[in-house]
Design a protein. Structure first.
Length: 452
């Protein structure tokens, strides 16, 4: 409330200073108006003749006018007294208002100074706070700039390092790509040479490819099979094991052929081992790989286009497991119905099982299939050997030796000769009195010695 009074007092004083003179002037105008009205009533109106009666009336009117004039003068004096008193009151009020206004102005000035001081203090504090914040911001900015400069330096170093590493990787990848391409070229050449039965040249090309890319699964597989044909069993097993292991780890389809070929190589290794325990160990390993391979792919064939069931049957025959051998050779005949290899082996097995009728049946079947094969592919040395074995079992020794010679001449490696020799020795065991056996065995032993 006090604040409102202080705030409104100067306005009130200024208003009173302006209104009181106007009020006095107004009152004066009103007084003059009333005086004029009274004076109008005091005018003498002469209405009659010039007789004494008229004079009396005029005298009465004059007295009445005089009385009214006196009343007007009294009213005017009253009004003037009122105006005089009002003027004095107005002056007093004006003086009071002036004093009050001056006091209010002083209070207002004091309040203004206080507000000014307060605002100045607040502005100074805020300025100091703002300066402090600016200084902190500048320090933070400097710190961030230092961090940024450090990060830029690290980034430049990282980019330079990565670029160098990328360049090295590109160079390494480029070298590897060139080596891989050269290795692939050598591998393709080895495949072509192997199809042409140029085994030595094919092995050399495979070795060159292996030197460039030792982890290549197809090349290790091909090199292993070629070395197997040349009788290098240890090295063949090494490369076939490498091919099978890497193919299985990477999930490649080549793992099954490599597994089957490894079983064949281990069986050959067992054939050459004189220690019975070591031979049985190798035969067991070979059986394991062959069973796994034929279970994964029953239609899998060797490089000579024979069923791997026939390889497994040959293993069982060497172990004396005649019935197991007969069973898997029948599976081989199902997989390769036009081939003579399963038939000639079934003939020998049934002969060993004292079943001459079945033996003769499969002997004749083997010879017929082998001769039909020779009509289409006269260079098939396996067909020549199967015809020769059929002739030998049928008692035709001279014809058997002629076909043996054709097969020996066409055989590219000693592994095929060793396989035929193994079957001749098996026939010797089950039919020792069969004519021409000793001659044929000696002939193959000499041929193997010469080719080796």
């Amino acid at each position: 409330m006090e604040f409102l009074m202080k705030a409104n007092t100067p306005r009130f004083a200024r208003a009173m200073t302006f209104l009181f003179p106007l009020l006095a002037i107004g009152l004066s105008i009103v007084a003059l108006y009333f005086a004029a009205v009274r004076s109008e009533g005091s005018e003498i109106v002469i209405t009659g003749g010039q007789n004494s009666e008229g004079a009396v009336i005029m005298l009465e009117q004059a007295e009445l006018a005089l009385e009214r004039a006196n009343d007007a003068v009294g009213s005017a004096e009253l009004i003037l007294s009122f105006l005089e008193g009002g003027s004095i009151l107005a002056g007093v009020i004006l003086v009071g208002a002036g004093i009050l206004g001056v006091s209010s102005i002083q209070d207002l000035r004091h309040d203004t100074e206080a507000i000014k001081q307060e605002m100045t203090t607040r502005i100074q504090e805020e300025t100091r706070e703002l300066i402090s914040r600016l200084e902190r911001a500048e320090r933070e900015l400097l710190r961030r700039e230092e961090q940024l400069a450090k990060l830029e330096s690290q980034l430049e170093q990282s980019i330079a390092s990565n670029q160098s590493r990328i360049d090295e990787q590109i160079q390494t990848a480029s070298k590897m790509a060139r080596r891989s391409f050269e290795a692939l070229s050598q591998h393709v050449m080895a495949q072509r040479l192997a199809r042409e039965n140029n085994v030595e040249a094919a092995i050399k090309a495979c070795r060159d490819s292996h030197d460039l890319d030792p982890d290549n699964v197809p090349n290790n597989y091909l090199l292993g099979t070629l070395l197997l044909r040349r009788g290098n069993l240890d090295e063949s097993i090494e490369h076939l094991t490498e091919a099978f292991t890497r193919a299985r780890v990477s999930g490649e389809d080549a793992s099954v052929p490599a597994q089957a070929a490894l079983g064949l190589a281990l069986r050959y290794k067992g054939d050459q081992t004189t220690d019975p325990m070591e031979r049985n160990r190798l035969y067991n390993q070979a059986e394991h790989y062959l069973l796994e391979a034929t279970r994964s792919d029953p239609q899998l064939l060797t490089d000579d286009r024979e069923s791997y069931f026939g390889v497994l049957g040959s293993l069982y025959r060497r172990q004396g497991r005649t019935l197991d051998a007969i069973q898997v050779y029948h599976r081989a005949a199902e997989m390769t119905p036009r081939r003579s290899y399963p038939q000639i082996n079934l003939a020998m097995l049934y002969l060993n099982n004292h079943d001459p009728n079945q033996a003769e049946k499969y002997r004749q079947s083997a010879e017929a299939k082998a001769r039909r094969r020779l009509e289409d592919t006269p260079e098939d040395y396996w067909a020549w050997h199967d015809v020769a074995l059929s002739q030998l079992l049928g008692g035709n020794v001279d014809e058997a030796m002629r076909h043996f010679n054709e097969g020996i001449e066409l055989s590219p490696d000693i592994s095929s000769l060793e396989s035929v020799l193994a079957r001749l020795i098996y026939i010797k065991q089950i039919a020792p009195d069969l004519g021409g056996l000793d001659k044929a065995i000696q002939h193959f032993q000499e041929s193997i010695r010469l080719k080796a």
